[in-house]
Write a new protein. Structure first.
Length: 205
């Protein structure tokens, strides 16, 4: 039985909630979630009512938030914007032209294009915001997301996925050791991976 391909371009946007896992840090701290956003374009290639491949070009802001217990009332927030190329593979079941429920797997690669570090502290000397790359070990990232979604009337998708970033994103950049000492301390880690949940709405044309 022949399967016809159907292509659509779309606009995608949603919420990205990220957290970080660090190992071997020199200071005591708690890591919290950072809620940001993503927006971009996708190109869906539908293969019948079951399979679809959906590559995209997405600007995705991820980050980390840390409360440092041994420096009074100090928090450090990292927010990094990535230009990502995800390739989403969908497999599901359709109900005519009304709805399609699908599972998804989405490998992605990306490059950091913006980065901001904000320190809030009772110690005024270490407070402030810097646009810097000093806390980024590598601007390149890669990972995979797994989740599920629903497509309505072949034009609106809503999905939720959990993603793992396998790149070593945050950490001491020895080429530019110019951040305040409080930030440098938290960056002395062997490994820092960012993962999280993304909720997305896509409109297809």
């Amino acid at each position: 039985m022949a399967v016809s391909a159907h292509a659509q371009i779309g606009i995608t946007a949603g919420l990205t909630s990220t957290s970080s896992t660090l190992k071997d840090a020199k200071v005591s701290f708690e890591s919290g979630n950072v809620n940001q956003y993503h927006v971009g374009l996708v190109y869906k290639i539908g293969l019948g009512n079951i399979l679809a491949i959906q590559p995209g070009l997405v600007y995705n802001v991820k980050g980390s938030s840390f409360d440092i217990s041994n420096i009074g009332s100090t928090s450090v927030d990292f927010k990094t914007g990535f230009l990502e190329i995800p390739v989403q593979v969908q497999a599901g079941l359709g109900i005519g032209k009304i709805a399609r429920v699908y599972a998804l797997a989405e490998p992605f690669v990306g490059v950091a294009v913006s980065n901001k570090v904000t320190v809030k502290s009772a110690v005024e000397a270490v407070s402030g915001t810097q646009k810097t790359w000093d806390n980024v070990k590598s601007r390149m990232e890669y990972g995979i997301g797994l989740g599920a979604g629903v497509e309505l009337f072949r034009h609106v998708q809503a999905s939720v996925k959990y993603f793992w970033n396998f790149g070593n994103l945050y950490g001491q950049n020895t080429d530019n050791p110019d951040l305040d000492s409080v930030v440098n301390d938290i960056l002395h880690v062997d490994k820092n991976n960012v993962g999280g949940i993304a909720a997305t709405v896509t409109v297809l044309f």
